[in-house]
Design a protein around this ligand. Sequence first.
Ligand code: PMP
Length: 353
Amino acid sequence: MSTFWSPHLGKLTPYVPGEQPRIERLIKLNTNENPYPPSPKVILALQAEADERLRLYPDPQSTRLTQALAAYHDVAPNEVFVGNGSDEVLAHAFNAFFMQDAPILMPTVSYSFYKVYCRLYGIQANLVPLDEGMRIDPANYTGPCGGVVFANPNAPTGIALSLDEVEQILRAQPDRVVLVDEAYVDFGAQSAVSLVRKYPNLLVVHTFSKSRALAGLRVGCAFGQRHLIEGLERVKDSFNSYPLGRLAIAGAVASLEDEDYFQEKRLQLIATREHLAEGLRALGFEVLPSATNFLFVRHPSRRADELAQALRERAILVRHLKAPETENHLRISIGTDEECGQLCSALAAILGQ
Ligand code: PMP
């Protein structure tokens, strides 16, 4: 803490890069990255873009990408906003819509950055507990508030709400923005993008980091009616007029154009997830139903922190989330079939089975 800092900075914690260690031959199942490379067409598009034009600023509106996303999701280009990873899009959305006179509602267990943005912008939040099955109960999001945010499917639980349940929340909050973070939607949930025309209070956020294997490119986007997109643009224009670089725009467009590759890898990951869930249940783990590229599990008689440490000693990283509500759970990202097989063998050895 420095005396030069604005007072709220003391409450912000720096990102500790412990989840991204530089160890060779590591099985990395801790940050929900995609184990497969991006489409080869993305790599070709990036190579074609890497030339002398890099000396110029990129298109501030990312027009090519906005248009490609609009066509892909059947919305108008002015209903699309793009940013430097969905983290940036979420931060702008909190700034644009949640600095209200009332606290926002969000689940006690959800993406950890929501709390960080609240601290950053001085937004009050009322944390809503999950039900006994670790599900979001839409009935708990109907009271007066400054807005609603949740991930669907939720993270780190992996459980998805149906579109009917999402609509229940949207109908209960006609005067507040309901922000639905669909970072993992491609792995088995229904997307609320189809509801954008129906609900002026709906903002849906997507990322290219998970199902499109482009975490390194930093591309995220949001879908909503024109007045919401305009709100996001006002924040963006005051913050960074050129959020997406030339390479990011070209790579993301190429990814949207290679639908066959996208579907193949997406379905492969879902199949591997179901296979891994079976394997973990056979080892005695309780596994929540997942619509994501990770599993949220606990062992009834073994401590999660000790299991995570024993795996780390075998060069396998999984995530132990230390919050009291998720105590004793592990979040395991879906790797390749081979990586998941190695994980199960290591766990069998650790559990003495
Ligand atoms: N939302 C959720 C629920 C996430 O888990 C993540 C990544 N961990 C993000 C958003 C941010 O993703 P990115 O900034 O890479 O788009």
